[in-house]
Design a protein around this ligand. Structure first.
Ligand code: FES
Length: 334
């Protein structure tokens, strides 16, 4: 159990916090490409690592991410006009390109060069597999984008949700694989499965034994139980990758090709990106799905809040830990 100081150290992500500085060393997914669907479309409010930022897609299709407050008098650039390769502040018309350079200053006389000395805070962006990434760190040349499974080719897909909790509170649920045999499949029996679905081993024996090994980029963890005739072991193996990625166990090794990012918006809100590679056509997983899909009851009836343009309203789940046991909670069978 962490004490209060250790918890503060790991959970605070704002500027100048130790964990915030660690996360700023990495590229960070901050939105889906579809949130900025076309050149010169409406800008989007992005809260990321405790900073309020504005994302916009310019005429040539490039994406910019700038500080919310205009460097002139602090007006919100969310209300700016996105036009001709730049975002123009609605207050005095200063216009900024994707690098943060001020490219037009209509409040100055034509001979003024003042605009050349003005910059908005701006972070470089990159787009891959339907996800927008940014680098908020100090390096002049950012590191390469991380090669995370699920975001490597154009046919990848991504699902997102915003949660009202700290990133670590959300992330640790993926490492807690003991709960899977109870929360997610506790309502199932072996009769609910077809073929040789390996879920039957955890339904037959919900308790498991665990192993963890350090890797160069995080940890690899596994749960193991007796398998066929109790003579061999069935392993469910997952990964944690720094600074906030998880890869969950699922089906035969190699069949599940997805990575989840638990991205801190601030200390109390987290945006989850689940990035999927195209499913292998011949995957053994596709031949061994449970007849009753895992968690269908939960997903199908979970209330989702309406989307808004506010800092944390792009997609919110309204299921809160404080609401107690909701109606869709599955019953556990033994
Ligand atoms: S406050 Fe933005 S241009 Fe003046």
């Amino acid at each position: 159990m962490l004490n209060k100081e250790e918890t503060e150290l790991l959970c605070r992500v704002g500027p100048a916090t130790p964990m915030g500085e660690v996360m700023r060393q990495y590229w960070i997914p901050f939105a889906r490409s579809a949130e900025l669907p076309a050149p010169d479309c409406a800008a989007v409010r992005i809260r990321l690592l405790g900073e309020d930022l504005i994302a916009f897609r310019v005429t040539t299709g490039q994406v910019g991410l700038v500080a919310n407050r205009c460097p002139h008098r602090g007006a919100s650039l969310f209300y700016g006009r996105n036009e001709q390769e730049g975002l123009r502040c609605v207050y005095h018309g200063w216009k900024f390109d994707v690098t943060g350079a001020c490219v037009d200053m209509p409040s100055e006389p034509p001979e003024s060069t003042f605009k050349d000395r003005v910059r908005a805070v701006a972070y470089p962006c990159h787009e891959r597999g339907g996800v927008l990434w940014t680098y908020m760190g100090p390096r002049r040349t950012p590191p390469p984008l991380p090669d995370v499974v699920g975001n490597l080719d154009s046919e990848s897909s991504v699902a997102t949700v915003i949660r009202d909790c700290n990133y670590l509170q959300a992330l640790e649920g993926d490492l807690d694989i003991a709960h899977f045999a109870l929360l997610h499949t506790g309502h199932m029996t072996e009769d609910d499965l077809d073929g040789e679905n390996p879920l039957r081993y955890q339904i037959r024996q919900r308790a498991a034994r665990y192993a963890v090994v350090d890797t160069d980029v995080g940890i690899c963890f596994g749960a193991y139980r007796p398998a066929i005739d109790g003579e061999t072991c069935h392993w469910a193996i997952g990964n944690f990758l720094l600074p906030f990625y998880t890869q969950l166990p699922g089906g035969p090794l190699g069949a599940k090709r997805e990575t989840r990012a638990w991205v801190p918006m601030d200390d109390a809100h987290t945006m989850t990106f689940t990035m999927f590679a195209p499913m292998l056509a011949s995957s053994a997983l596709t031949n061994s799905r449970p007849t009753q899909r895992i968690g269908t009851a939960a997903r199908g009836r979970r209330p989702i809040a309406a989307m808004t343009t506010c800092w944390i309203g792009r997609l919110s789940s309204v299921v809160k830990a404080t609401q107690g046991c909701p109606a869709w909670w599955p019953r556990i069978r033994r």
